[in-house]
Write a protein that binds this ligand. Structure first.
Ligand code: C2E
Ligand code: MG
Ligand code: MG
Ligand code: MG
Length: 292
């Protein structure tokens, strides 16, 4: 086409730009509607202790189902919410909802697992994050030790001193802190040493090829060692196969998360999943065992 006429190419290009801009505008207005019409909900993905096979936490993941039933990925709409300045209010809703639902699971007899909430950069740097977290815990009645906040490395770069101070205050409150997508950001080891976090989550891009790419295998092993030497626990994200699970477990990774273990699911399904899961565990432990 470019050969036929340069002018036409130009026109196609601008048409494309116009379409993109129009689509974006449409999505922005749909997002504002979504807030009003309560089209957001949370799914929870189990995180498993790899030694004991027990559920230790669930990660709250934001979902948007539009009026026509179609879904949009958070990777697509969360950056938009950030740019639109709406992420702090949506993020606050996520925190409140996750704490409330987690408290409800405890009330109906599930064990005291943590609920992990992702924080965006804007939200982390909002002046009153500490108060928001405290308010969510207070209103839900969820113990601070049952809340985990996932932050990314990049988020702390802007203002390191202030970020460390905030993490320290949250830490003193009793909240569990983890670094998400670890290995993909730019934080230096000198910073990592000073961040009062408890857990590193190895990014799923490394876990994905851990059994086929020796470089990824080396990175995952190194992150596990690094975490343990810094007295942190380590979680592998995005475990999709038995072989990946075996690899990270063999190398001493503490916890795992991924489709092979469990998919993200709405609160009701999580309760059913847990009950089915614990029946299996009970059956296994009731089997006659060799006297020790
Ligand atoms: P993340 O925090 O790293 O979350 C993990 C993502 O990996 C989720 O994608 C999850 O569904 C996906 N995942 C889990 N296991 C597997 C697996 O075995 N294979 C593959 N291919 N993927 C797996 P999701 O739900 O699409 O979320 C994408 C990102 O959006 C999240 O990445 C997080 O950065 C962001 N996000 C989601 N919910 C929230 C939220 O409430 N607030 C903020 N600020 N960000 C959120
Ligand atoms: Mg996360
Ligand atoms: Mg991640
Ligand atoms: Mg992420």
């Amino acid at each position: 086409r470019a050969k036929e006429s340069g002018g036409e190419t130009y026109r196609f290009f601008t048409d494309d730009m116009t379409t993109q801009a129009a689509q974006r505008l449409q999505m922005e207005s749909q997002l504002r509607q979504a807030l009003l019409h309560k089209e957001f909900f949370l799914e929870y993905q189990p995180r498993i202790d790899l030694k004991q096979g027990k559920l230790v936490a669930v990660e709250a993941l934001l979902r948007w189902k539009r009026a026509d039933g179609s879904r949009v990925s958070p990777a697509e709409f969360i950056p938009l919410l950030e740019e639109m300045g709406l992420i702090t209010s949506v993020g606050e809703w996520v925190l409140h909802t996750a704490c409330r639902e987690a408290r409800y699971w405890q009330e109906i007899g599930l064990p005291k697992i943590r609920v992990a909430v992702n924080l965006s950069a804007r939200q982390f740097h909002q002046a009153n994050l500490y108060d928001v977290v405290q308010k969510c815990l207070f209103h839900s009645g969820l113990p601070a030790s049952c809340l985990e906040l996932e932050i990314t490395e990049g988020l702390m770069i802007d203002n390191v001193q202030e970020s460390i101070a905030l993490l320290q205050r949250l830490n003193h409150m009793g909240v569990h802190l983890s670094i998400d997508d670890f290995g993909t950001g730019y934080s230096s080891l000198a910073y990592l040493k000073r961040f009062p976090v408890h857990t590193l989550k190895v990014d799923r891009s490394f876990v994905n090829d851990v059994t086929t790419d020796p470089h990824d295998a080396a990175i995952v092993q190194t992150v596990i060692h690094l975490a343990h030497n810094l007295n942190l626990t380590v979680t592998a994200e995005g475990i999709e196969t038995q072989a990946q699970l075996d690899f990270v477990r063999h190398h001493g990774c503490n916890e795992g998360q991924g489709y092979f273990l469990a998919r993200p699911m709405p609160s009701e399904n999580l309760i059913a999943w847990y009950q089915a899961q614990s029946e299996i565990t009970e059956e296994t432990s009731q089997e006659p065992t060799q006297a020790s």
